[in-house]
Ligand binder design. Structure first.
Ligand code: PLP
Length: 363
């Protein structure tokens, strides 16, 4: 076969290495009852209302999805109090990050974000062949003043994960507004709020207001985290209608499947389930932080459903040892922080198993 080479910008990309599925690890190691605390998935699972809607939607999968996400859009209009033209939908919010890159980035443009952070921002910039500025975190947190120092007339997109993944740390309203005040005219600031529904902090920005005020802001949210629909792939964005139109021009016509649309719409009808998920998360996070403190490990203050902890030694080794005890966590090595690990909050008994296994491994 002739050598067929992908274009240079593509060759520089590294395929995403996902946390292994439970079934694969069980097969490989011959153990059962594995606890996966590696991909920030919700341990409670989706609302029963979402599952029922998903089952009902299966009846219609013979047909193409509604390309406009009509029902889900109407539900979100009520839920968020925004105009329908301000909403865009993706096959997960990953898809929207990709689409924003396609819509806005030319090779001579520049992208500003932090490191370590969510890897899809980097992928969007590299695919476009742009210059990427990755500003180191300070105290595990996005240093928004340092991000703004990188702004210039070529800056096209700014990606901010708030709270950040993998560290779980949050930027305050004051910090975000100081950055927005320095935003160049042709720059779009993407505020990725994948963990929005978990947050209960008085200084967290109400970023939809920025969109309403006509600032150059796109807010991204997802049904993958607290709504526990990661496997169905549906995320959304809130932005000015012209941003939504630009994404509409580059997205696949049917980028959100029928089952996802109806399950997501139904999950908005179950605030009690969301409240339960938040409560389980808060209790689990407290359990983790107490255990880390007891073990003398430092960790980042988390507003999300995971905690980033410094294990003080090679976290790949610790993760392997935990895996042999049936617990999967995410080593920080891929984030360039080899002694740290990201641990997703699970159910109380899962959290206890993780803590007991960690105590054994570190002893
Ligand atoms: C999990 C996550 C997403 C959401 O991904 P989906 O594609 O919607 O599943 C987006 N941004 C961040 C920072 C995340 O952690």
């Amino acid at each position: 076969m002739a050598t067929i080479t992908a274009r240079e910008n593509v060759r520089r990309l590294v395929p995403y290495v996902a946390g292994k599925p439970i079934e694969e690890v069980e097969r490989e190691l011959g153990i059962r009852d594995i606890v996966k605390l590696a991909s920030n998935e919700s341990p409670l699972g989706p609302s029963p209302k979402a599952l029922e809607a998903a089952r009902n939607a299966l009846e219609n999968i013979r047909m193409y999805p509604e390309g406009s996400c009509y029902v889900l859009r109407q539900e979100l209009v009520k839920h968020l109090g925004v105009e329908p033209e301000m909403l865009m939908f993706g096959n997960g919010s990953d898809d929207l990050i990709h689409c924003l890159g396609l819509a806005y980035l030319d090779p001579e443009d520049e992208v500003v974000t932090a490191a370590p952070t969510f890897v899809q921002y980097r992928a969007a910039a590299l695919l476009a062949g742009c210059t990427l500025h990755e500003v180191p975190l300070r105290d595990y947190t996005y240093d928004l003043d340092a991000l703004a120092d990188r702004f210039n007339e070529r800056t096209r997109l700014v990606f901010i994960a708030n709270p950040n993944n993998p560290t779980g740390t949050m930027n305050t309203r004051a910090e975000v507004e100081r950055l927005l005040d320095r935003l160049p005219e042709r720059t779009l600031c993407v505020l990725d709020e994948a963990y929005y529904e978990y947050i209960d902090h008085p200084d967290y920005p109400q970023s939809i207001d920025y969109v309403r005020q006509g600032r150059n802001v796109a807010v991204l949210r997802t049904f993958s985290k607290i709504y526990a629909l990661a496997g169905l792939r549906v995320g959304y964005g809130i932005a000015a209608p012209e941003v939504v139109r630009a994404v509409d021009q580059v997205r696949e016509p049917f980028n959100v499947n029928t089952v996802a649309q109806y399950a997501a719409a139904a999950s908005l009808q179950d605030p009690e389930h969301v409240a339960r998920s938040r409560k389980v998360n808060e209790e689990g996070k407290r359990m983790f932080c107490e255990a880390f403190a007891r073990l003398g490990l430092s960790y980042a203050p988390s507003q999300a459903n995971f905690v980033f902890v410094d294990l003080g030694r090679d976290s790949v080794e610790v993760a392997d040892a935990l895996l042999r005890r049936g617990v999967i966590i995410r080593s920080g090595k891929i984030f360039g922080t080899p002694t740290c690990a990201r641990v997703t909050v699970g159910l109380p008994e899962e959290n206890r198993r993780f803590i007991a296994a960690l105590e054994e491994v570190l002893a």
